[in-house]
Design a protein around this ligand. Sequence first.
Ligand code: PMP
Length: 441
Amino acid sequence: MSAAPIPSSPPLDAYWMPFTANQRFKSNPELFARADGMYYYRADGSSVLDGIAGLWCVNAGHRCAPVVRAIQQTADELDYAPSFQMGHPIVFEYADALVEAAPGDLSHVFFSNSGSEAVDTALKIALAYHRARNEGHRYRLVGRERDYHGVGFGGLSVSGISGHRRPYGPLLPGVLHLPHTYDRGRMAYSRGQPDWGAELADALQRLLLLHDPSTVAAVIVEPVAGSTGVLVPPKDYLPRLREICDRHGILLIFDEVITGFGRIDGMLSCEYFGVLPDLVVSAKGLTNGAVPMGATFVRRPIYDAFMQSGGSGIELPHGYTYSGHPLAAAAGLAALRHYQENRLFARAQALAPRWEALAHAMQGEPHVVDVRNIGLLAAVELAPIEGKPGQRAQQAHKACLKEGCLIRASGDTMLLSPPLIIEDAQMEQLFSTLAKVLRAA
Ligand code: PMP
């Protein structure tokens, strides 16, 4: 028996959409019915070139065949297996393949269902790690302005986006924030990493001295702040954060939910930046976006600290009903093999110089005040319309959609992060469409 077809114009009211102006959207909805490779398709058959890989996640392109097959086969064989005190083979195989591909001694991986859960998992492991070593006085967490770490209470508490935090009151106690790394006056139109600004990391040292470093458990940053505008760290900034954390026995967590899986370089970008964090958070490209999944990598001494508690007790009272779900693990394993066999991370690296040139050719187009890029990420920042922050980019986003390109707007910045399978002509199309739209605005 085949399922009833989904109507192409369904009733819109019941679904409370996340991070969306619901009323505005529902008065003028944009629905994608199908996707393939680099494109979305509307019910009327018109196509939209995907300039943001879904939501920074479909790195191998939409409906990647081996991933789809793995999901279908697994659903047919094992719909679910309990994740607590039981397991299934795929999740062990997948974890092994992931840590094999991870740098340094990132030797173990904890699975969850989203970036937000993977962040909260990292923060909880960091706190519990210090307690397991009789350093329970380390209770503070340090985040950074303009970083996004998802929507769980932990991740939101360390995140630095005031509009996301304000509706929810005080959040977690004991959280400190570093200043963000962006200074348009000195960094505008830097290509890749700005040369200026490594000393911004010294703000961490000052913060620690002010609050007593022995009270701090962990520092979490996005290596490149993605969703708030592709804020690329100055050269040497991240290694200096690492140094300061080492000096004070503080764990360093990288949130690589956006920067992983080929977006900058390799499965995780930390090697590119010359830093080995203690914990790394991943999601999105992990399963090529096809099944929700988050992953928290930890270095061996952290895992060992929990295992040394000995006995048959539960070492970490944490986990989710769907941790390492068979469909997610199968999708992740198939995606990882696909990325590796097709050398998609190297492909992205090879495309990056052309991507950079096209992005920076936007300098001088109407309303453009900065361009930032690294790997296959780019941001084109626009001058806001006076008294109407965010509107210029929203208008450009809508106009680009009309022209058949999906480019994301965040504040007054246009964000681009295409699938790694993008072709040269498609890269040109994304930027020429944006330029056309800005000239017409
Ligand atoms: N961290 C970062 C850096 C992200 O970009 C995101 C999602 N955009 C998250 C965490 C949260 O991921 P999720 O939406 O899967 O919970």
